[in-house]
Design a protein. Sequence first.
Length: 345
Amino acid sequence: MKLEEFDYNLPGELIAQFPSDKRENSKMLVLNRQALSFEDKHFYDIVDFLDENDFLVMNNTKVIPARLFSVKDTGAKIEIFLVREEKPHIWIALIKPSKRVKPQMVLSVGENLSVRILEKIDDKWKIELIYDGNIFDVLRRYGNIPLPPYIERNMSDSQYKKLDFDRYQTVYAEHEGSVAAPTAGLHFTREIIDKLEEKGVGHTFVNLNVGLGTFKPVKADNIEEHSMDRETFEISEEAAEKINKAKADGKNIVAVGTTSVRTLETTMQKHGKILPVKDYSELFIFPPYKFKIVDKIITNFHLPKSTLLMLVSAFAGKDFIFSAYQHAIESQYRFYSYGDCMLIL
């Protein structure tokens, strides 16, 4: 398939710059794949669409404050975006503007955090973080939530910083390591999870650390030539048992977000069943991929020409997805990370 087949025009004003007033108040477009129909709802209506025959799989990764603003001894400002930790104190990062740094240069971030530039690796840099104490405590003090580039505001502004620390994180986030949120989960509240449990809807958690690849554009005209960045994930023994039992009992596996989809489908592809495993995913899902375990998906609206748009097109059919997106645009839905969502049945 060609990349241009996954393009669409989105008015800029529909790109959500802030979260909804309350998590559960986001709009939710419900897609029925069998009837090829959709209806406008809100996320709090999710309780009406799931029952004891459904089982939720959620990604409990936690977003780290990966964006640091540092200063050279000359006073020049340098932005550092932490991509992944290689070992204690040693990280791979993006630096902007990169032309202003060189190996062994030390940048100041705060009283208890400095950055030593080590070496250039392709388009990234290996750096050393100099600090005392727990790195995640230090990052919470000096770092900023790494909002996507289409959210165009000052992320270090104190009036927004607290908002983003709270709302660009799921209420069930537990394991630190992601540089982007699993955004479909942002709509859940503890109350909604409790209401679903009361209806007999079980759930469990997997963990996939969302990397920069979530923003990696597809450049190949023939999409099959695109390669996904590697993202690590873990499925616990308890989670594997719960998912396998739910499937054996004939329940629908409802993946919350594309990261949960890729975790489950990667494990099925590699092992033929859900196992307790620490592994990685490079799975690129696009039409006509045949899903092996996922029956329903909760997901946000995705960027044109993105791998995530291709994934949901494989699940629900490209033409149906694009007709739903057009309806969402005409109905003034809010798009992308802080935007509204879809429930695909």
